[in-house]
Every structure is written in structure tokens, then in C-alpha cells.
Write a protein that binds this ligand. Structure first.
Ligand SMILES: Cc1cc2nc3c(=O)[nH]c(=O)nc-3n(C[C@H](O)[C@H](O)[C@H](O)COP(=O)(O)OP(=O)(O)OC[C@H]3O[C@@H](n4cnc5c(N)ncnc54)[C@H](O)[C@@H]3O)c2cc1C
Length: 428
């Protein structure tokens, strides 16, 4: 009998940063209110406070409760969508602007970690995008040439070098991106929260926004125990926007996709030495992607699309056990200790969105599974927008609400598709 899902997030266990709880219990005013304490909201709060502007951040639960405290920790350059496609979707000029802004995303993340002295196990050792089959090499080649055309320092590695780097016999090639790296994701979020508070931002936890209303030339924001009156709102609730009952917040339009991770205990040193000796973060080219990496203490983490609760959970667990041994046969007899999942806000074109939903009010979402660098970058852009009102502050246009059609059907497509794929893969 397999066990039931119990949320047991490794990052909550291993984060060395504590961020004190503070609930909003009074009526206050601010120039800008940020709703959501993930990378986007926190980066916005930090950069706004650094400009000397009065800013308040309200988080419904605790810092990093959303994707920012649950992710794989791969600090990528650019989006999942290859840069040529980004330019096809947005047009050459706008697409190139977005590609440029996100190519340098890891620079911003690792600079922040250094200047704010964030203790988040940051390693800028690059990432490996791995091909399991010869056919997938074409995808890697296409991504390689698109990146080289934009002067990215990427390298296409053959079967032998990929084996040396990953320590896994599973792959026939890989694309190495030295701009990227890995972090302890929850520690990074808490670290930015500290830096924002130090810069002068008021950061509140366990203060869900229940209502926002614009009257008398101001936004009036309500939480259960206090209110804020502000001129501007930045909503940074991403995939967690519908979890808390609220009136007046923007209803972000996205496809709800779950992603889970499972982690072993710290591996014995002699085995650890045989796996990812340079510490790159990795994922493969499969339609239902697998991610894998080591954490700072030598645990191996495997992740994929899907949620661990419900029937699908049994299929994903069986798959993960089998996948672990396929990737690293030397791990026979080693089981997982931690398991957890989180939600990704996927948009149809897989591009992030900034939507205006009232006077001086924007919502930023839709990172489609790539939000560490993009969230940090968009948060910084939001600070520029809040200071100047400049609509060009973002590398995408500020749009008005656009409906995402057939959200439920598409969400089921991802969820059921991943579960069935894992069900089959666990058996053959
Ligand atoms: C399992 C998983 C793996 C991933 N792996 C990677 C990866 O390796 N690399 C990468 O770049 N990206 C990855 N991502 C995506 C990345 O984590 C997200 O894109 C990113 O964290 C989004 O940050 P955010 O600040 O926009 O939103 P979030 O971090 O989700 O924060 C939103 C916050 O808003 C709060 N909130 C919601 N409603 C209210 C309200 N009414 N009042 C107050 N607060 C509210 C929530 O509690 C939440 O804390 C992954 C995501 C998941 C789930």
C-alpha cells in the first residue's frame, strides 16, 4: 500500500533564513501596495524601497508560500520558449526586448544574492538541458544556434562529455548554459524579503488581501485585521491568485499546472561524487519533462509535471522511483524522504503577462514554469513603473484583460497526460 500525499517541502526544512511573522493590524497609508510575497512582489518591494518610495507588501501566508518556496531552484537565462519563437509571437522588436531582458536575468539574481548577502546555497555552475534520444538532439541544436546568434556562451556537449557532467548513462547530448545556476529557492525569497525590509519596505505576512476598491482617488485595500490606502497596486499573486477569497483583485488568466518534486536523504559521499560533480541543474527534452539536481547537502531531487495528491500521486511516485534508478543505477536501495508539489501559471503562448486592471493597478503573472529570473526582473521593472508610471518599463506591453479559453480542459490535459505518461513509463 503506497502512502498518501503529505506536503513535506525540503526547502522549508533546510532554509537557514528565518523571516519573522508580522501581521497587519492597523490602518496605514503607502504610495505603493504589493500583493504577494514571492520573487516578483519581493523584488518589486526591494527596488521600490531602494528608491525611497513608501511601499507595503502583503502576503496571505508566509514569504515563499507560492511557487517561490517550492520550485526546483534552476536560475535560468531566458524562457522555456526558444528566443526565435518569442520574437515570432511578439514581433521582432518587442520579442528581442523580452529576450534581452531575460537573458541577463541570472546576472540580476546572482548580483542581488551577493549584494544583499543572501545565504541561499547559490551556485553559478550552469545548467544542462539533456537529450534522451538522438531525435531530441535536433531540438538542442536548434536552441544552441538560436542562442549563439544572440552571443550566448552556450555549449553543445556530446554523449561522452554529457556522461562526465551528469554521471548518468541516460543521455546522448546536452546543452550547457554557463549563465545559469542553482539556489535554495525559499532562502532566496526570504533573503529578498529581509533586504526589502532593510531598505525600508513594510512586509506583512498572514495578511491576505480580501478586497481592493478604488474610491476618492485612492486604492483601499482590506485584510482581516487592517487596511492600506495607496495610490498604486502591484498584484504579484501568479498561480496562487485564486486561493484566497478576495473582491476586486485581478482574476489572472492562466492554465493551472502542477509540478512535483521528490528528494532523497543526503547521499553517501562516495555515491555523491559520481553524480553531477560540477553541481549543474538539469532537465531533459521529454514532452513530460524531468528535472534533477543535487542540493547543498547532497540530496538528489527529481521533479516532473503532476500533483502528488489523489490517484495521480501513486503513478508519479512509482515513476519517480523507477526514474531515479534509470538515471543513476548506483542509487539502488535509496528511497525518497521529501515530496511536495506546487502550481505553475501557464499561459497559452508560455509568455509572462502584465495586465492593467484599474488606475495605477497592474497584475504580473504567467511565468509558465520559469519565474526565478523573470520574476526578479519583472519585479525590478515594476519598481520603475511605480516610480515613473512609464508603460515601457516592462519588456512586454501592459495589456488589458485577455481571456484564456478552455482553462480547465487544458489544465486536465497537462495533469492527466503527465499521470498517464508516468503510469506507462513506470512499467516499461
Ligand atoms: C514545483 C515548481 C518548480 C518550479 N521550478 C522552477 C525553476 O526551477 N526555475 C524557475 O525559474 N522557475 C520555476 N518555477 C516557477 C517559479 O517558481 C514561479 O514562476 C515563481 O516562483 C513565481 O513567483 P511569483 O512571485 O510571481 O509568485 P509566487 O511565488 O507564487 O507568489 C505569489 C504569492 O501571492 C500570495 N497571494 C495570493 N493571493 C493573495 C492575497 N489575496 N493576498 C495576499 N497574498 C496573496 C501567495 O500566498 C503567494 O505567496 C517552478 C514552479 C513550481 C511550482
Amino acid at each position: 500500500m503506497q502512502k498518501k500525499y503529505q506536503h513535506n517541502n525540503l526547502w522549508e526544512e533546510t532554509s537557514k533564513i528565518t523571516f519573522r511573522n508580522r501581521v497587519l493590524r492597523e490602518d496605514i497609508t503607502a504610495e505603493v501596495v504589493i500583493i504577494g510575497g514571492g520573487y516578483t512582489g519581493l523584488s518589486a518591494a526591494l527596488h521600490i524601497a531602494q528608491k525611497g518610495v513608501d511601499v507595503v507588501l502583503l502576503e496571505a501566508k508566509t514569504i515563499g508560500h507560492g511557487g517561490s518556496g517550492r520550485n526546483v531552484g534552476l536560475v535560468n537565462a531566458g524562457l522555456w520558449t526558444p528566443p526565435n519563437e518569442v520574437e515570432e509571437f511578439l514581433g521582432i522588436e518587442q520579442g528581442a526586448k523580452l529576450n534581452r531582458a531575460l537573458a541577463s536575468g541570472p546576472d540580476l539574481v546572482f548580483q542581488l544574492i551577493e549584494t544583499c548577502k543572501i545565504n541561499c546555497d547559490a551556485k553559478r555552475n550552469g545548467t544542462l538541458h539533456c537529450a534522451d534520444t538522438d531525435r531530441q538532439i535536433n531540438d538542442l541544436k536548434s536552441r544552441f544556434y538560436q542562442q549563439v546568434a544572440r552571443n550566448a556562451p552556450v555549449e553543445l556537449l556530446g554523449v561522452e562529455e554529457t556522461f562526465v557532467r551528469t554521471g548518468s548513462p541516460q543521455f546522448v547530448a546536452s546543452l550547457f548554459d554557463p549563465r545559469a545556476g542553482t539556489i535554495q529557492p525559499l532562502s532566496y525569497a526570504k533573503g529578498i524579503a529581509w533586504a526589502a525590509r532593510k531598505a525600508g519596505a513594510d512586509v506583512y505576512q498572514n495578511s491576505p488581501v480580501t478586497s481592493v476598491m478604488f474610491y476618492n482617488d485612492h486604492w483601499n485595500i482590506e485584510t482581516p485585521n487592517g487596511t492600506v490606502k495607496a495610490k498604486k497596486i502591484i498584484q504579484a499573486t501568479n498561480a496562487y491568485s485564486n486561493d484566497f477569497k478576495n473582491n476586486g483583485l485581478h482574476k489572472n488568466q492562466f492554465i493551472d499546472v502542477h509540478y512535483f518534486q521528490m528528494a532523497t536523504e543526503p547521499l553517501p559521499q562516495e555515491i555523491r561524487n559520481t553524480i553531477l560533480p560540477n553541481g549543474e541543474g538539469c532537465w531533459n527534452c521529454a514532452t513530460v519533462m524531468t528535472s534533477f539536481r543535487l542540493d547543498d547537502e547532497g540530496r538528489l531531487l527529481i521533479g516532473a509535471v503532476g500533483k502528488l495528491s489523489g490517484v495521480g500521486g501513486y503513478m508519479h511516485r512509482a515513476w519517480a522511483k523507477r526514474k531515479l534508478k534509470l538515471l543513476y543505477p548506483q542509487l539502488v536501495g535509496i528511497d525518497f524522504k521529501n515530496e511536495w508539489h506546487g502550481r505553475i501559471s501557464m499561459t497559452s503562448d508560455h509568455l509572462p503577462k502584465v495586465v492593467g486592471f484599474g488606475p495605477n493597478a497592474i497584475s504580473i503573472f504567467g511565468f509558465s514554469g520559469r519565474g526565478i529570473s523573470p520574476g526578479t526582473v519583472f519585479g525590478k521593472c515594476a519598481a520603475k513603473w511605480a516610480e515613473s508610471g512609464d508603460c515601457e518599463a516592462f519588456p512586454v506591453e501592459i495589456s488589458i484583460k485577455k481571456k484564456e479559453h478552455f482553462k480547465k480542459i487544458k489544465s486536465n490535459f497537462y495533469g492527466i497526460g503527465a499521470a498517464l505518461t508516468h503510469f506507462v513509463a513506470a512499467r516499461f
